[in-house]
Structure formats: structure tokens, C-alpha cells
Design a protein around this ligand. Structure first.
Ligand code: ADP
Ligand code: MG
Ligand code: MG
Length: 254
């Protein structure tokens, strides 16, 4: 078993108006095999947490820690984080001119595993995962993120998740912009990855919709940069009925 631990994490972002504190003491422990949903209103800092785990340079950790089996994640480069077993869906959001999906995936797999995957089994794995995600085979020869639709970007993320087999994955708003059919396909892919590799999953979402397909073991409600409440799946059901009003009424507006 592996553990990803976030302790009293304070993070700020550089803006034109100066340094703005966003995360104000986040504590979270995720073990492999567990799915944690982070839910919360817009602007509560959910993506900031994801970017901080990813090592995005715009976000400064003021205090606190993130460790993976005791190793200091914050001291790792973005590449080192990937090699340590962290998968961050927003890690490669940009177009990569001239790099096809096939070559990108193979390069990423080689970097993470420390050696190139055997060609035959690799091609079989890629084709299998693409078929499962109902992706046309021509997708493999397209350049990464070039002209990808919202749904294609999400499927490409889950394709990476299935093939790179991380220990922990952070998925930020994977449900956004997906119609119900695409959401089901993408969720099935996430669930396959969970079953096949026993990964730990941090599923960030504003809406409860995706949690019908990917069942969380724990739900954390994020408000104004910290966890305001945590519970089991029943907490998501309550949020579905009640929304976030109860948290916002007594929270100062940032
Ligand atoms: P969420 O994902 O929960 O909607 P975010 O983490 O995206 O929240 O944003 C939290 C707060 O931090 C918001 O007030 C947002 O405007 C601010 N923020 C986040 N990233 C930046 C940035 N790069 N520049 C300026 N403000 C930012
Ligand atoms: Mg937002
Ligand atoms: Mg966000």
C-alpha cells in the first residue's frame, strides 16, 4: 500500500495585484485503492490543490507538506513526480506540435518505467485501451491536443491513465463538458484503471453527476481554501440535494 499525505498545506498564487493566499491549511490522506472526491463551489481552491500536487510553477507553497510514502513530493520536479507514480491529468494540457498520441504515450511510458515498453505488447495495450474508450484508431496518429474536442481531451487523459498505470491520479473536473454517453465511457475507463491497478484517486468535481459512475469512498467539501466537511458517499448525496449554500452562508467572501 502507498500513501499520499497532504499536511497543513498553505498555497498562494502570484497575481497582478500581488500574492494571493488560496489554500489555507489543507489536510488529506489518500491510500492506494481509495477514491476521494473533492467537491466545492467555484473558486474554493480545488484546482489550486491539483496544480500544487502537479508542481505548477505559478503556485507557491508557503507552508505544509505533500509526501508520497514519506518522500517529499514538493522537492520533486514535475518529471520526478510522474516517475514516483503521480498522474496529474492537467499536466500536459498544451498542444505538442508534431508529436502524435502514439509517440507521446510511448515516450511518457518510457520515462516513467525507466525503459521502453516491448513494442508488440505496447501496441496491443494501446489498441485495447483505445477500443475500450471507443476511440477511433486514427486518433493515435493525431498530434497531442491539436484540435481535440473537449471530449477527446478527456478520453486522451483516461487513455494515459490506463496505459501509464500510476499509483495516484488527480482528475480535475474530468466530467466537465461531457455528455452522458461520453461521461459513462470515461468513467468506465477510470473504474477499469482502479480495478486493474488499485490506484488511489483524487477526483475533483463541482457536480455530483460523475459520482454516480465513479463511487467515492470519501467525500471532502472544499470551501475557501480548506476542507470544511468530510464524510462518506452520503455526503455527496446531500450536496446533490442541498448544493453548497449551507457552507457559503457563513463563509466570508474572499
Ligand atoms: P476552483 O477550482 O475550486 O474553482 P481555483 O483553485 O481555480 O478554484 O481558484 C481559487 C481562487 O484562486 C479563485 O479565487 C481564483 O480566482 C484564484 N486563482 C487561482 N489560480 C489563479 C491564478 N493563476 N491567477 C490568479 N488567481 C488565481
Ligand atoms: Mg473553477
Ligand atoms: Mg477548478
Amino acid at each position: 500500500m502507498s500513501v499520499l499525505e497532504i499536511r497543513d498545506l498553505h498555497v498562494s498564487v502570484e497575481t497582478d495585484q500581488g500574492t494571493k493566499p488560496i489554500l489555507k491549511g489543507v489536510d488529506l490522506t489518500i491510500r492506494t485503492g481509495e477514491t476521494h472526491a473533492i467537491m466545492g463551489p467555484n473558486g474554493s481552491g480545488k484546482s489550486t490543490l491539483a496544480y500544487t500536487i502537479a508542481g505548477h510553477p505559478k503556485y507557491s507553497v508557503e507552508s505544509g507538506s505533500i509526501t508520497l510514502d514519506g518522500e517529499d513530493v514538493l522537492a520533486m520536479s514535475v518529471d520526478e513526480r510522474a516517475r514516483a507514480g503521480l498522474f496529474l491529468a492537467m499536466q500536459y494540457p498544451v498542444e505538442i506540435p508534431g508529436v502524435t498520441v502514439t509517440n507521446f504515450l510511448r515516450t511518457a511510458k518510457t520515462a516513467i518505467a525507466g525503459e521502453a515498453p516491448p513494442v508488440r505488447s505496447w501496441i496491443k495495450d494501446v489498441r485495447g485501451a483505445m477500443t475500450d474508450l471507443r476511440m477511433d484508431s486514427t486518433f493515435a496518429e493525431r498530434n497531442v491536443n491539436e484540435g481535440f474536442s473537449g471530449g477527446e481531451k478527456k478520453r486522451h487523459e483516461i487513455l494515459q491513465l490506463e496505459l501509464l498505470k500510476p499509483t495516484f491520479a488527480v482528475l480535475d473536473e474530468t466530467d466537465s463538458g461531457l455528455d452522458v454517453d461520453a461521461l459513462k465511457i470515461v468513467s468506465e475507463g477510470v473504474n477499469r484503471a482502479k480495478e486493474n491497478t488499485g490506484l488511489g484517486l483524487l477526483l475533483i468535481t463541482h457536480y455530483t453527476r460523475i459520482l454516480r459512475y465513479i463511487k467515492p469512498d470519501f467525500v471532502h467539501v472544499f470551501v475557501a481554501g480548506k476542507v470544511a466537511e468530510q464524510g462518506g458517499p452520503e455526503l455527496a448525496d446531500r450536496l446533490e440535494d442541498e448544493g453548497y449554500d449551507r457552507y457559503l452562508s457563513d463563509a466570508p467572501v474572499a
